[in-house]
Ligand binder design. Structure first.
Ligand SMILES: Cc1ncc(COP(=O)(O)O)c(C=O)c1O
Length: 423
């Protein structure tokens, strides 16, 4: 293990992104490997929240809509557009990922009215599968969902997708980086093969935005949704974003009509007239406090640059994989993420039959060790999230050392194998 320790120290010393760690609130102790679920709090979000609540809401009250708030979604959408390789007028920030997925999938199925299949895979996030299921059972009753199954639980081959695309496929929807294994699809070639068969593609970018390079325009992507509270550090329940390619915007209607999607929301007309362009996908009054607190997280990602974050992320996941293979496999851990770096997002999953108890021991050490926060996905997945903005090589090394200790001392036996709520 000593050689890994020396390597970690040297990699940290040479790391040009190490300076960004101080932009986040830390207690200096806890090792946080769950930025793939909820990013850390940017220090500046504290100041902005105080300003928005105390001054804008507290002092200026409703005047703040015109002074600060009405343009917030648009301003932040422009910043997100840079991160995902889209034009500013193709991104809209608001609502949740599920709601945005519903709106876009609905619009796409209505537009593709002669086709009746929805293609997805079983690595997709369950909430996405529920949304699709609900749409087919409640709104598009003649449609059917075709779910491609992963053979190893880690990846899906392009051939598997291609085999299931046909003239009936209205919509293909996938997570660009899958939530459990971190499998990373090639967006260019999937879009190309789907378009060849006449299908539209809807990507879920939740585990990808801020973590991997995304080129929505260059890859000719149709639609996408994504959350902002993971690698964009937007805060719990922060509004999500959606993307619709410019030429598609006039074709895909928002199924939910409300005032913020009206062409003139503040004229209070009796009849609904849908707005043109990306703002037609709006529904309701934006969640201003959440949105305002999100700006620093996005700004830090832009400042660091995905072109720098991605190489560090891969260097870190390669390093972690090497230590896991050298030190943990003989305890019964199984690697559940792609070994090929090009196929991997920014977390590593390892499986163990005692996975839940091991996670609990990491979070609640009995022996005064550092608290380490990974996350757990049933039935046996420990996800170790790498956020290059604030994760150090030494933390990855220390995590493996600590897991070894938990296995050697059987510390996990202090915890019940009964899964409580896991966000
Ligand atoms: C990949 C993915 N899609 C969708 C969702 C659901 O997001 P929301 O709760 O904003 O609807 C999540 C939540 O974590 C997710 O990870």
């Amino acid at each position: 293990m000593n050689k890994f320790y020396a390597e970690a120290r040297s990699l940290d010393q040479k790391d040009p992104l190490a300076k960004f760690r101080k932009d986040f609130l830390t207690d200096g102790q806890t090792i946080y490997l769950d930025g793939n679920s909820l990013g850390r709090l940017p220090e500046r979000s504290l100041q902005i929240s105080e300003e928005v609540i105390r001054n804008q809401w507290g002092q200026r009250l409703i005047l703040s809509w015109n002074e600060h708030w009405l343009n917030l979604s648009k301003t932040l959408s422009g910043k997100i557009a840079k991160i995902v390789g889209a034009r500013e007028d193709e991104i809209w920030l608001g609502d949740s990922t599920s709601l945005n997925l519903f709106k876009l999938a609905y619009g796409a199925l209505e537009f593709q009215s002669g086709k009746n299949e929805v293609l997805t895979d079983n690595l997709n996030f369950p909430a996405d599968l529920y949304v699709l299921d609900g749409l087919v059972q409640n709104n598009f009753k003649g449609h059917q969902i075709v779910t491609v199954s992963s053979k190893d639980g880690i990846r899906i081959s392009e051939e598997q997708i291609e085999k299931n695309l046909n003239k009936r496929t209205a919509l293909l929807t996938l997570s660009l980086v899958t939530y459990k294994s971190a499998f990373f699809y090639d967006m260019f070639s999937i879009n190309k093969m789907a378009h060849k068969s006449g299908a539209l593609v809807l990507w879920d970018l939740s585990h990808a935005a801020g973590a991997v390079p995304i080129a929505l325009n260059k890859s000719n992507a149709d639609m996408a949704v994504g959350c902002t509270y993971k690698y964009l550090n937007g805060g719990p329940g922060a509004p999500a974003f959606l993307y619709v390619r410019k030429e598609l915007q006039e074709k895909l209607q928002n199924p939910i009509w409300s005032w913020f999607g009206h062409t003139e929301p503040f004229l209070f007309q009796e009849k609904f007239t849908a707005a043109q362009g990306i703002s037609k996908y709006a529904i309701s009054t934006p969640a201003i406090i959440s949105m305002a607190a999100m700006e620093p997280g996005i700004a830090i990602v832009l400042e660091a640059g995905i072109e720098n974050l991605r190489p560090k992320s891969l260097k870190q996941s390669n390093f972690l994989l090497r230590i896991i293979k050298s030190e943990l496999i003989h305890y019964g851990f199984v690697l559940a993420s792609p070994e090929n770096a090009d196929e991997r997002g920014s977390h590593i999953s390892i499986q163990h039959e005692k996975g839940y108890q091991i996670c609990q021991a990491l979070i609640e050490p009995k022996n005064g060790s550092k608290v380490i926060i990974p996350d757990f996905r049933p039935p046996n997945n420990i996800r170790l999230g790498i956020t290059p903005l604030y994760t150090s090589f030494q933390e990855l090394y220390e995590t493996v050392v600590r897991i070894k200790e938990i296995m050697d001392t059987k510390e996990f036996e202090h915890f019940e194998n009964k899964i409580k709520n896991v966000p």
